[in-house]
Design a protein around this ligand. Structure first.
Ligand SMILES: Cc1cc2nc3c(=O)[nH]c(=O)nc-3n(C[C@H](O)[C@H](O)[C@H](O)COP(=O)(O)OP(=O)(O)OC[C@H]3O[C@@H](n4cnc5c(N)ncnc54)[C@H](O)[C@@H]3O)c2cc1C
Length: 163
């Protein structure tokens, strides 16, 4: 919490990487932010603190060669081809089943890929370092970058954090 404890422009719930990133970026834009966390202070960090936080990156600037295809292949269920075919038509003419399909918007995946490098650069401004660390993962089909110190380092580098 920064400033007046009775008012805020933004209330963020949860101090994992999603909440911290939202809170810090809003604070950097001048917003008054309240960050709520249900865990005791010493246990904060959610799932984020327990992960190695491997990311499918080829370098700090570029996503791995299979980033988009892998994301697209894994972000939805194995869908009935007939329902998928319907999605090329006008939304109003599609069956209700087809309209409610859980599919990730390709534009969202592309935006994610475009922002990956700049996001790592932003995290580095808080002292987070990235490296190609040894992995417990069996597959070696792709390149995986990770923050040194894992997810705990993503939430733990608070020295230069503006919150
Ligand atoms: C063992 C493990 C390994 C993983 N490995 C990887 C990996 O290599 N690469 C990768 O990309 N992902 C990995 N993941 C997944 C990744 O860690 C999560 O997707 C990511 O950390 C989610 O971040 P988050 O901020 O959304 O949620 P979290 O980090 O879970 O944070 C949510 C926070 O919200 C708080 N909260 C929830 N409800 C409330 C409430 N009502 N009021 C107040 N606070 C609340 C929680 O206490 C928590 O602190 C792994 C996860 C685990 C558990």
């Amino acid at each position: 919490m920064t400033g007046d404890s009775d008012s805020a422009d933004l209330i963020v719930v949860g101090s994992g990487i999603a909440g911290l990133a939202a809170a810090v970026s809003a604070r950097q834009r001048g917003a008054r932010v309240i960050l709520l966390e249900r865990a005791p202070r010493e246990d904060r960090g959610g799932n984020t603190r327990w992960t190695e936080a491997f990311m499918r990156m080829r370098s700090e600037n570029e996503v791995a060669h299979d980033f988009i295809s892998h994301f697209a292949a894994n972000s939805g269920a194995h869908l009935d081809p007939a329902l998928v075919a319907e999605t090329t038509g006008d939304f109003d003419t599609r069956s209700s089943l087809s309209r409610t399909l859980s599919m990730t918007d390709p534009d969202l995946i592309a935006t994610f890929a475009d922002h990956a490098g700049p996001t790592l650069a932003w995290l580095k401004t808080f002292g987070v370092r990235f490296d190609f660390l040894p992995s417990y993962l069996i597959t070696t089909s792709t390149t995986r970058l990770a923050p040194v110190g894992g997810g705990l380092a993503l939430g733990g580098q608070r020295r230069r954090c503006p919150l």
